[in-house]
Write a protein that binds this ligand. Sequence first.
Ligand SMILES: NC(=O)c1ccc[n+]([C@@H]2O[C@H](COP(=O)([O-])OP(=O)(O)OC[C@H]3O[C@@H](n4cnc5c(N)ncnc54)[C@H](O)[C@@H]3O)[C@@H](O)[C@H]2O)c1
Length: 350
Amino acid sequence: MLTKNIDLSNKRILVTGAAGFIGANLVMELVKRYPGCKVLGIDNVNNYYDVQIKEYRLDCIAEVVQDDDQFELVRGSIADRELIDRVFTEFRPEVVVNLAAQAGVRYSIENPDAYIESNIIGFYNILEACRHNPVEHFVYASSSSVYGANKKIPYSVEDKVDNPVSLYAATKKSNELLAHSYSKLYGIPSTGLRFFTVYGPAGRPDMAYFGFTNKLLKGETIKIFNFGNCKRDFTFVDDIVEGVISVMQVAPAENENGARYKVYNIGNNDPVNLLDFVDILQQELISAGVLPEDYDFEAHKELVPMQPGDVEVTYADVTALQEDFGFRPDTPLREGLRSFAKWYKEYYRI
Ligand SMILES: NC(=O)c1ccc[n+]([C@@H]2O[C@H](COP(=O)([O-])OP(=O)(O)OC[C@H]3O[C@@H](n4cnc5c(N)ncnc54)[C@H](O)[C@@H]3O)[C@@H](O)[C@H]2O)c1
């Protein structure tokens, strides 16, 4: 296990993408666990998906914040260089967690500009700001999509990741490369986290489990890609937050290249077949009262071929995470989907 070298108790922490799914959950846990820390969030609250869910997450943060000084949100873009420079000189963050990004694989096919703006220019602005306003640790979201069409599973951080199959994946791989060069050149301690399909309450409506739920509720048919033969490591959001908080407290030591640079997978290490996933989802939707007891699930699913840019199996090797932090995601899928179904019922007042 690595020794913690950052105490978050009284730190100034910058979280970009704070109105996002992972960001909001991270902020809530930080302010609950470390009442003395100050969190500044940045989010442009864009309309890539339903803005009301982002506002709802911000309301949830407001409910757990213990005093007004503990959390503040700057509504703006990380692609706005002037804004980022101002935030860094005024707030002087000691730990930075960059979660703001244009997410989604399919959307990148129609909207490439959004990815270059947020994931490349925005990311570069954050790095430059860390260079001129030194921080103790820069943690950022990468993605399992960097593994592209790799055949070897489980995916390990030791594997080559030179074959991205979407622009989204290419931007995430670029983030890791940029972070490496900044770590080496300017001594910025950085840790990249490759998240594997994150799900949970108040999650992202653009993701399959959320979209499936909307469609099943409307009586529409859901399309299950690659005829259901897709396996994913579904990771519950609380596990991701636990992982991020563990990682935040350990700024990496210099590696053999003289860079304070690390990358980890955070995934469940337990791939689930998409058909089994939707089956458990519909059972939990019935239990929660989102769908009626006699819902004819079989009549509402259609097995279709693969989408461009998608990958058949994603599955994380989390040995390094476990060895360095003594932690691995372990929330059972049924339990995670149960809390999503309960949240969905309350949020949409079904
Ligand atoms: N959820 C997953 O399954 C998953 C998997 C792999 C990687 N990731 C990565 O984790 C991070 C967080 O993902 P999430 O699921 O919470 O996504 P999300 O879309 O819910 O959160 C991202 C937030 O960033 C904000 N944002 C986007 N561009 C911005 C910009 N230019 N300036 C300021 N704010 C901006 C958005 O408004 C959003 O609130 C992202 O970097 C994503 O690529 C997520």
